[in-house]
Design a protein around this ligand. Sequence first.
Ligand SMILES: *Cc1c(COP(=O)(O)O)cnc(C)c1O
Length: 418
Amino acid sequence: MTPPPPALPLLPVPRPACTVPHARVSLANLRHNVSVIRGSLTSGTRLCAVLKADAYGHGAPVLARELCGVGARRRPLVDAVAVATLDEADAIGRISVPLFVLRPIESYSFHHARKQLEAGVRAGWVLTVNCVQTIKDIGRVARSMGLPALVQVALDTGMSRAGAPLHDLESIVLEIARQEGVKLIAMCTHFVSAEDAGHPATTEQLEQFRRATLPHVLAHPDLIRHASNSGGVFFHPQSHLDMVRPGKSLYGTDPAGGPVAGRDLRPILKWTAPLMLVRNLKKGTSIGYGCTYTADRDLRVGLVPVGFADGYSRSFSNRATTLIAGHPAPVVGRISMDYTTIDLSNVPSPNVGDEVTLIDDNPHSPASIYALAKLAETIPSEITTGLGNRIKRVATGHQIEVDILPTSSKSRTTLRAG
Ligand SMILES: *Cc1c(COP(=O)(O)O)cnc(C)c1O
């Protein structure tokens, strides 16, 4: 037998600052935002963290663990968490606080969702109901398992979405009382315009909700009434009731749509990617699909390996600004599915591997989540929920760095010494 050839020596390669697109999620900023929210709550109000849509794209399981103090052996920072669907509840993994599933359980999907419902009843999730039929279905599941099913009633006070009409509340509560094994925990509604401090709709909705639920509070003294999203938390203190449900403010985006002096919410996300190529283009050269940008002088440009498939919106083409070590590098040409080209004129000695910031965690930055939302004519939540699975999520601000795998791989998270 001939011995295997000796291994080729590896050439020492300089380690670039940045190797793959990363979304860094700061758990320290998350904890800070929780304390800002807590600080504006009426005393005695419970805090339910809204972690739907994979915690608005940040990675729900790891954020849930942090908020619940799992691993750090400390008390939970929040009193409950909420997700939209049974799938999302499943993906959160084991947590130490009550979990609310906000989307009403639907009769049409009952057969399909039966296994998950059983899992939910076993885990004690609070299931949302908006009609008599699903209460009967849930009652049947609860009795077959010999366990109580916890429910809350969602009420429509103006959203005209999934809440039950107010005039159905009587019959819904009656049905819950009739169904052995179904236990009423909470009643909730959702505001249409809570971000607008002076909007009369909020006062009107709150008044309707209070009036409709009052007789049931007398009958169920432990009933939890809740209505406020982030806008309600900061702009309508009278709407805090027994519990609030902030989402975006946990992630550091102010419901006012921009940073507000005196309210120190800190964006928890910083999205970076490596500079992949540096090129010198001659005056007159066009860049990208559709030739939407032509160099009006000799131009040094850089290629960044992210595109609209990663959530860097095509509407940022020729408009957004990225940053390299704090120097602005504007997007030139059209953003494609996998690539973005940036103008490096203002960046001193750019190198392959330099870290390009696509979304900055500084709320005042030209690459802030607010600046990008404005360009895309949307809200920050749409941008973060649109971040693609190719971007590696890493949670920082803890003793350990946590890799957050894409949601499609469910609640698997891996821990790595950092
Ligand atoms: C998304 C959602 C929230 C959180 O809203 P934010 O504006 O992000 O704070 C609260 N309640 C319900 C029912 C929701 O769907």
